[in-house]
Design a protein. Sequence first.
Length: 150
Amino acid sequence: MPEGLVKNNEELRKLRLNTMRSHVQVKWDEPSFMSSPLIPPLLDQLQVNKLWNYRLPMMIQAYFCDMTEVLNNCARLMKKGGSAWIVVSTSAYGGVEIPVDLILADVATRNGWTLTGVYVLRQLRSAGQHWAQTNSTKKPLRESLIIVKR
């Protein structure tokens, strides 16, 4: 096995516990706050019985809590007038699109950043699980660039 990679499932679990909460493979603590008013309506649309994992709504909320912390730490270290360029992709679960780019732009502006723009870089093919078990039309997701300034 190449050097530096995990050697077993326990090492992988420990690694995942030290990463952003952007997956459901380990049990995380509940998110401590709602980082944007754009999130609750999306979570309300998710029907747990149509999701491939019942913890997805919590993971979505936790991801944005973690990204709020990242943005706050970057803001603390950023020189006045400096900018951050963030590339993210949207996602969808159970037929509900999660506009990650727009939510992160909102989170940033609520936390002391000035939004320069959100730019779609490319359309992405959706995985089957994004729209599975719904009557939703399979729509392309997008990869976007968010530019914010201090």
